[in-house]
Design a protein around this ligand. Structure first.
Ligand SMILES: [Zn+2]
Length: 209
């Protein structure tokens, strides 16, 4: 799906140029075609890539949500009110998926045709050994009520997670550069899946601390 399919150059209502596929910036008329936008990046008017500007994401989310909000369209037809609810819910889902780095990576990975976590459960070499050691340390520290040790384990896990997310960011950067060569991009997406599986693992351990 391309932006052109759903992006009206001008608002049908007031004929002013619009910057969003969802609502007119000027008269707040909702675009009926918005209901067919299923890609969160397009929905929020952002480029389909990992390294999006998070401030811009937040700004667009807030602005579009305000314009699409049901309170804004209270006096309008049931169709428009339904559309308003639908767009507001889609914006919330999109923001949740894109504002968190791991969620964004997972979403983008599948959008680009990468494997899901159910299809490919692999993790980087040596990762499970490291995690096993950390889990043992965690269990001992919990049994002994050793708060210092638990704190240290948390620090190690956070460092692990951030390192994995940096590698994922680099992989998506490489993807942008290799986009013409499918053999390379497939390898990159497989590697990103592996790193992302590791992030999920680390996050699960962090949630147990
Ligand atoms: Zn308008």
């Amino acid at each position: 799906m391309t932006n052109e399919n759903v992006h009206p150059a001008k608002c049908k209502q007031c004929n002013k140029p619009t910057s969003s596929v969802l609502v007119c910036d000027y008269c707040h008329t909702l675009n009926p075609a918005a209901a067919t936008v299923t890609d969160y990046f397009t929905l929020l008017g952002l480029p389909r890539r990992y390294d999006i500007d998070l401030q811009e994401l937040h700004r667009k989310f807030v602005a579009l949500s305000r314009h699409a909000h049901p309170d804004f369209h209270g006096g309008e037809s049931p169709e428009v009110q339904g559309l308003s609810l639908q767009i507001s819910a889609a914006l919330n889902d999109a923001y949740r998926a894109l504002s968190d780095p791991a969620n964004r990576a997972a979403y983008l990975l599948e959008l680009l045709g990468g494997k899901s976590s159910a299809e490919d459960k692999s993790v980087p070499d040596g990762f499970l050994n490291t995690m096993m050691m950390l889990q043992e340390a965690m269990a001992d520290a919990k049994t002994g009520g050793d708060q210092d040790e638990l704190g240290r384990t948390r620090t190690v896990l956070v460092t692990q997670r951030d390192g994995l997310l940096r590698r994922i960011a680099k992989l998506f950067e490489d993807y942008q550069e290799a986009v013409a060569c499918q053999a390379v991009t497939t390898d990159i997406l497989n590697e990103a899946r592996k790193q992302l599986n590791a992030v999920s693992y680390v996050r699960k351990l962090l949630s147990q601390l």
